[in-house]
Design a protein around this ligand. Structure first.
Ligand SMILES: NC(=O)c1ccc[n+]([C@@H]2O[C@H](COP(=O)([O-])OP(=O)(O)OC[C@H]3O[C@@H](n4cnc5c(N)ncnc54)[C@H](OP(=O)(O)O)[C@@H]3O)[C@@H](O)[C@H]2O)c1
Length: 251
């Protein structure tokens, strides 16, 4: 990744939502890059088979719990003063035997709206807030968070999926606002919202039937594309929303 290669120190990378899906694929790719010094991987739980190592650190953190985020930052700061790349991949669409995306107004429930907003909207901005001491300064740094095209208000022609759409739209606004403030604390920072495309993971599994031929991506392909989009955009693009192919998405 060009901007990580140009650093004068090994890159410190944090991936949130790293135990499965797109986040896990990003970790695998990043560990193959010699310019990456360490990947700090965050999820609520890790299995014994998911071994950490010298260049891979695991942290069990619920991103919706501010006290756990503070403990995470204390541990990170014990190993590095700054982060060069943060990618938040944690997100929520459905529970296997529980909450499902709404097809109609009558299916909206307050608890379900709150649950989606906690993970999809509140967790990313709380993560940015907690990590700020490691993002501010003069160093080149990108903070990317996975959104979704269905979170675009301008692109909403189909309706449905109230909680998911609205919580992703809320994330977009929260991180766009963060991008403006962050510019004053690090003019080399770049905050991006990214749409990965429909990707074969647990999150999309029940909804893959309607995906057109050739439009269901592997997590590894998406990881490669997202790293390319992040590499192509710098501080001048901070606060923008892009798809996996580099195309801008309307708010
Ligand atoms: N897959 C798609 O087709 C698609 C399409 C558009 C957008 N997206 C977005 O892309 C992102 C990644 O999706 P994915 O398909 O890779 O999802 P996934 O396979 O369900 O993985 C989600 C990851 O987030 C972690 N996570 C969930 N809640 C968390 C919390 N409260 N605290 C910490 N970690 C948490 C999960 O680990 P634990 O459960 O162990 O915590 C897991 O590592 C999401 O934001 C999703 O909305 C995906």
């Amino acid at each position: 990744m060009a901007f990580l290669c140009s650093l004068d120190e090994p890159a410190q990378v944090l991936i949130a939502g790293a135990s499965r899906g797109i986040g896990a694929a990003l970790v695998e790719r990043l560990l193959r890059m010699p310019e990456v010094g360490c990947v700090h991987a965050v999820a609520r739980s890790w299995s014994d088979q998911q071994g950490a190592g010298e260049r891979l650190h695991h942290y069990a953190v619920d991103l919706t719990e501010p006290a756990q985020l503070q403990t995470l930052v204390d541990k990170l700061q014990a190993s590095t003063p700054r982060l060069h790349l943060v990618i938040n991949c944690a997100g929520f669409l459905h529970q296997p035997d529980g909450q499902q995306p709404e097809k109609a107004l009558q299916q909206i429930e307050l608890a379900a709206l709150e649950h989606s907003f906690r993970i999809n909207a509140f967790a990313p901005i709380l993560l940015a807030q907690a990590l700020l001491p490691m993002l501010r300064g003069k160093h080149r740094c990108s903070f990317a968070s996975l959104s979704a095209r269905v979170g675009s208000i301008g692109d909403n022609h189909l309706g449905g999926w109230y909680a998911y759409r609205a919580s992703k739209a809320a994330q977009n606004m929260l991180l766009r606002t963060f991008a403006i403030e962050w510019r004053r604390m690090n003019r080399n920072g770049c905050c991006l919202l990214l749409h990965p495309g429909t990707t074969d993971t647990d999150l999309s599994k029940p909804f893959q039937g309607r995906v057109p031929e050739g439009k269901l991506f592997t997590a590894d392909f998406v990881a490669e594309r997202l790293l390319a989009v992040i590499a192509e955009h710098g501080p001048q693009d901070s606060g923008q929303f892009y798809a996996w192919d580099g195309q801008p998405i309307p708010w």
